[in-house]
Design a protein around this ligand. Structure first.
Ligand code: ADP
Length: 451
């Protein structure tokens, strides 16, 4: 039973239920009909006797029986004298009957498994002549209807149950068809590793449609995650390949027999710069992996944002390229927030250093921190080179660079900074928005909810 398909289980359950319902209805009908038949039987008996009494004619001291029906509607009519002698009517097939004694008596007697109803009427004629008229009916004869019904039920019931079972199986098959489609699609996807396939959804927006839709959404997210993973691996290898190629080339150059000490020193310097680049890349990747684990690695504590951002700004001011300035207007009193200190420092540092990297000569970066009713807002804007509109949606993707040659940073630009910032904002349940215009400047607005 456990190994049966849901389709078969549903069909079996419904067929069994149908069988029980039909059985109950049949039993109920039989009970009702037997008492109904008994009542019909008695009323028919009384009707026939009353009709026959009406048909009796008395003329000149003679009782005329011409119009009396001695066998009508299964009712046998008998006429007895006052002394109890049977005068008219055949009582051959009848059970042994006692003489009639009470007018209007209705007797019920059972012999050899057959039930009889006996109805007696006393008839007094004008000259004081009297007769007993007795009606006898066998209940079994009337029961033929019940027997017929039972026979009909025994033929119809199995047919009805088979019909119900087949119908139920058909409906269940139809209902489970979309699920079978889902299973086939899921198998195809798992066999071919093609996450771009989607489950065909039924037109009706029912539970199965919802299931398929949820499954498709999950496939979409999986496809996106796999694509990002692939992109990430290829970006990392690409980023490592360039410095590695440079290091190998410089080593070959330095090891050449003809190379002078100056050449070797020059090559060593290049190797050192490339090794530093690799080191930065590795530490950034490590940071990103930690950030990906999110909450697990965050240590939240009550943090004085005003103070923290002021310290970072003071530090960064010293690193500003010549002619560039950093303004910070942090509202008073101090703003506090549940945050991870080191993450906030990394976020602000990244954004300021981007401002420096992509700023113009004598440019300016402005930082604002303000507290609203439900939010804390951190806004950083610059009047730098700006980001072209078509690049803006992808700017937070890992390794995404508008153009690496735009950066003022020597070798430090890798397209990981903003994705790290976005991840930090996410860990703090915040949102980050970008507005930028080419050659005018860029503004990042970060909003944290107050908890
Ligand atoms: P990168 O290491 O290249 O700076 P980021 O993730 O920090 O990587 O930035 C991604 C890209 O976004 C950069 O290559 C740069 O083109 C652009 N960008 C980031 N910040 C700014 C800014 N303040 N002004 C103009 N462009 C910016």
């Amino acid at each position: 039973m456990k190994n049966l398909s849901i389709k078969l289980k549903v069909t079996l359950f419904n067929t069994l239920l149908m069988f029980l319902v039909v059985l109950l209805v049949l039993l109920f009908m039989l009970t009702i009909s037997s008492s109904l038949l008994e009542a019909t039987c008695i009323s028919q008996l009384e009707d026939v006797i009353h009709d026959n009494i009406d048909e009796l004619e008395y003329e000149d001291g003679i009782v005329e029986l011409e119009d009396v029906d001695f066998y009508k509607n299964n009712v046998t009519t008998l006429l007895y004298g006052v002394d109890g002698t049977l005068l008219y009517g055949s009582a051959k097939k009848m059970p042994t009957l006692t003489q009639p004694t009470t007018d209007g008596a209705l007797i019920n007697l059972t012999t050899n498994g057959t039930t009889y109803y006996v109805y007696d009427r006393y008839i007094l004629f004008p000259n004081n002549t009297a007769l007993w008229m007795r009606g006898v009916v066998s209940a079994n004869e009337m029961n033929y209807i019940v027997t017929m019904m039972l026979q009909l039920a025994f033929i119809a019931l199995p047919l009805f149950i088979i019909g119900a079972g087949v119908g139920c199986y058909f409906i269940a098959t139809q209902a489970f068809r979309p699920i079978e489609h889902m299973v086939t699609t899921a198998r195809t996807i798992s066999n071919s590793n093609d996450l771009s396939s989607r489950i065909p959804l039924p037109k009706v927006t029912d539970e199965i449609h919802l299931l398929g839709d949820t499954f498709n959404q999950m496939l979409g997210r999986l496809e996106e995650a796999f694509q990002m993973e692939r992109q990430f691996s290829s970006d990392v290898s690409h980023e490592l390949r360039t410095p590695n190629a440079v290091i190998l080339a410089q080593c070959e150059y330095a090891l050449e027999k003809t190379s002078t000490v100056e050449d070797q020193l020059e090559a060593l310097e290049v190797v050192q710069r490339q090794a530093l680049k690799v080191q930065v890349l590795i530490s950034n990747l490590l940071n990103l992996t930690r950030l990906d684990r999110g909450m697990e690695h965050a240590t939240f504590s009550k943090c004085n944002l005003t103070e923290l951002i002021t310290i970072v700004c003071e530090e960064q001011e010293g690193l500003a390229p010549k002619g560039m300035t950093l303004h910070y207007e942090l509202s008073t009193p101090d703003i506090y927030m549940e945050a991870d200190y080191s993450m906030v420092i990394r976020m602000v540092t990244n954004l300021i250093s981007n401002g420096f990297s992509y700023g113009k000569e004598n440019g300016c970066i402005t930082i604002t921190l303000l507290e609203e009713l439900d939010t804390i807002q951190f806004i950083i804007s610059d009047n730098g080179i700006g980001i072209p509109t078509e690049h803006q949606p992808k700017i937070f993707n890992r390794f995404y660079q508008v153009d690496s040659s735009r950066s003022n940073q020597e070798g430090g630009s890798m397209g990981l900074g903003l994705s790290m910032v976005a991840q930090i904002v996410k860990i703090h349940q915040g949102t980050i928005a970008l507005s930028s215009e080419l050659d005018v400047g860029t503004t990042f607005t970060i909003i944290f909810p107050k908890v």
